[in-house]
Design a protein around this ligand. Structure first.
Ligand code: PMP
Length: 426
């Protein structure tokens, strides 16, 4: 065995379940050996064999500037020398909070945490605490981290309560979680008609990135807002993926909708463990130490992570950043579409800012069930074909992709050419 990825995978599997610390990294869906990454720079990373890949996952979203951006590296190096963690407040936490609030007008206050899971879980507790209600609405195909109440798949009937998607989650824990089909207005209306007075919040990825890339239709998003307002429920936008990724003001900026609570992660930490949730002052002041909703974290607002996040936000707030990123991402998507069309392959794709999705089908899907009709074997062949050619996309057909500011026109052209060769293969 001379492939160092194989060697490392075998070693990893002996000591780490499945050899990975987060399941999708294991290549279970696509088969083959996961690439063990040894370093990254700009738009590229290199595996254990020193093979270079154009990176379209960017740590699943955070690396919007590309890897090793000089201003971010400098900020992190400086912060490290000042200490790793204090467990006491710092000025940098205020600076990051102020920077986030300045860019997300729906938020008046924010609390920093260390992962998207923690942020979504805390937002949910806050919504329940602030409203005094138990039920929550979520959508099939939206992922909000792995908190028990959010690991739910749709129940058997329309607008019924869901079933756990993981062992270890007792049905009682998800008995207040209503799971609906994404973009299904009728189910949405029915859920609020039946349960409206009990619903604490509706949580949604308004541009979903966990069933590949699927937009809520403007009408659907608007109706979510209206029904929440009408029934006294909180509208929670999970923008862990879309925040500072689809645009400077997130999915709420793209759709022009003001949620009550916003959940952020990924880009705000620039690759360090950092996430956040926030909203109106009156709701946020329900949190401990001011209010009765408990939430805490040893590493929350970590000084190195906040330095990394602040330096990242400073770069993305520069004029023209998202115009350039959006244009680049569209050129990838358009090029892939043209290559597929030229080879007579059913294909479609969409993007917003630096986030994209492509589908091996003619029409853009509107919900999870449609995404999952994708021909697995065909996706896997495309994935491995690209990987062989030095292009790394997400190793599962239900994941979105990410372009960074470091991707060059040449990188995009090389990616389209690699895909063209694969589309051409019978
Ligand atoms: N919400 C969304 C929309 C996400 O995409 C993710 C992670 N992919 C999470 C929450 C959970 O974040 P984390 O992995 O940092 O816990």
């Amino acid at each position: 065995m001379t492939d160092r990825n194989d060697i490392l995978f075998e070693r990893a599997r002996a000591v780490i379940p499945g050899g990975v610390n987060s399941p999708v990294r294991a290549f279970k869906a696509v088969g083959g050996t996961p690439r063990f990454i040894q370093r990254a720079q700009g738009a590229y990373f290199w595996d254990a064999n020193d093979k270079r890949y154009i990176d379209y996952i960017g740590s699943w979203g955070p690396m919007i500037l590309g890897h090793g951006h000089p201003a971010v590296v400098e900020a992190v190096q400086k912060a490290v020398l000042e200490g790793f963690s204090y467990g006491a407040p710092t000025e940098r936490e205020i600076e990051l909070a102020e920077a986030i609030l300045a860019l997300v007008p729906s938020m008046e206050m924010v609390r920093l945490v260390s992962s998207g899971t923690e942020a979504a879980m805390s937002a949910l507790r806050l919504a329940r605490g602030a409203t005094g209600r138990k039920s929550i609405v979520k959508f099939e195909g939206c992922y909000h981290g792995h908190a028990d109440a959010l690991l739910v798949k749709a129940g058997s009937g329309l607008a019924t309560f869901g079933n756990p998607t993981s062992a270890g989650v007792p049905p009682e824990v998800v008995q207040h979680t209503i799971v609906l089909e994404y973009n299904n207005l009728q189910q949405l209306e029915e859920a609020f008609a039946l349960h409206g007075k009990d619903i604490a919040c509706l949580m949604i990825e308004a541009i979903a990135g966990n069933m590949n890339f699927v937009r809520a239709t403007p009408e659907f998003a608007r109706r979510c807002r209206e029904l929440c307002t009408q029934h006294g429920a909180l509208l929670v936008f999970d923008e862990v993926m879309t925040g500072f990724r689809v645009g400077l003001h997130g999915a709420q900026g793209v759709l022009g909708i003001k949620p009550d609570l916003t959940v952020l992660g990924k880009v705000i930490g620039g690759g360090m463990p950092l996430a956040a949730f926030g909203g109106p002052r009156a709701i946020m002041e329900q949190l401990a130490p001011l209010g009765p909703v408990y939430q805490a974290g040893t590493l929350s607002g970590n000084p190195v992570a906040t330095a990394c996040g602040l330096a990242t936000l400073k770069e993305i707030a520069k004029p023209g950043f998202y115009e350039a990123l959006g244009k680049k991402t569209r050129s990838l998507v358009d090029g892939l579409k043209a290559a597929a069309a030229a080879e007579g392959q059913p294909f479609n794709a969409d993007s917003e800012g630096g986030m994209f999705g492509f589908f091996l089908m003619k029409d853009l899907p509107q919900n999870y069930a449609t995404v999952m009709t994708t021909d697995n074997a065909k996706f896997n062949a495309l994935f491995h074909g690209l990987l062989d050619r030095g292009v790394y996309i997400a190793p599962a057909l239900y994941e979105a992709g990410f372009v960074s500011a470091a991707h060059s026109d040449e990188d995009i052209a090389a990616t389209i050419e690699a895909a063209r060769q694969i589309f051409r293969t019978p």
